[in-house]
Ligand binder design. Structure first.
Ligand SMILES: CC[C@@H](C(=O)O)C(=O)SCCNC(=O)CCNC(=O)[C@H](O)C(C)(C)COP(=O)(O)OP(=O)(O)OC[C@H]1O[C@@H](n2cnc3c(N)ncnc32)[C@H](O)[C@@H]1OP(=O)(O)O
Ligand SMILES: [Co+2]
Length: 135
């Protein structure tokens, strides 16, 4: 079951400059910065009530963020929904005809398991599912 919008991912060229900008905009600083090597990104997280804003800077030219910036420029890159059972949700969505981009949930930022749905099947919006890792 999808529960809430967990975060909105925004692709940026210069994370330090965007951290300053979003700190002014939201009147609160980032609560965490994290590199996720498998995705070729460094992130910063801001919290606005229950929703997080995830700024993403590419760390290499093959990163999905580098490609997105080349094609579309800075802006909203994905919407992430919290789910209570990511594997069950992936199966349900596959059954509904969506294209799940990774067959096995992978480790994302901020202690989450994540997977993505192809934007071609979701009206051009890259959708991320994320589930808190309970250890
Ligand atoms: C920090 C970890 C994690 C978290 O915990 O929150 C993250 O958020 S990681 C975020 C970065 N990781 C990802 O985005 C992984 C999922 N993405 C992908 O697998 C790929 O980016 C993709 C969506 C499959 C596209 O890859 P590819 O086909 O190699 O790239 P192209 O540049 O050729 O794009 C093809 C096509 O898709 C359009 N596109 C690409 N990205 C997006 C997007 N974010 N939103 C909407 N549309 C997107 C792109 O414009 C191309 O369209 P056409 O030109 O019309 O063919
Ligand atoms: Co994300």
């Amino acid at each position: 079951m999808l529960t809430n919008v967990e975060h909105i991912g925004i692709a940026v060229r210069d994370l330090a400059a965007s951290n300053e900008l979003f700190t002014k905009l939201l009147n609160v600083g980032p609560y965490k910065s994290e590199a996720v090597e498998s995705e070729g990104v460094t992130t910063s997280f801001f919290k606005v009530s229950q929703t997080k804003i995830e700024l993403l800077e590419a760390t290499n030219p093959d990163s999905p963020i580098a490609k997105f910036l080349d094609k579309k420029g800075e802006g909203i890159h994905h919407i992430a929904f919290e789910v209570d059972d990511i594997r069950a949700e992936m199966e349900r969505l596959k059954g509904e005809g969506f294209t799940v981009l990774n067959e096995i949930p992978k480790r994302g930022a901020d202690n989450k398991l994540v997977c993505f749905l192809h934007p071609k099947g979701t009206n051009g919006v890259l959708v991320e599912l994320c589930q808190e890792i309970r250890e």
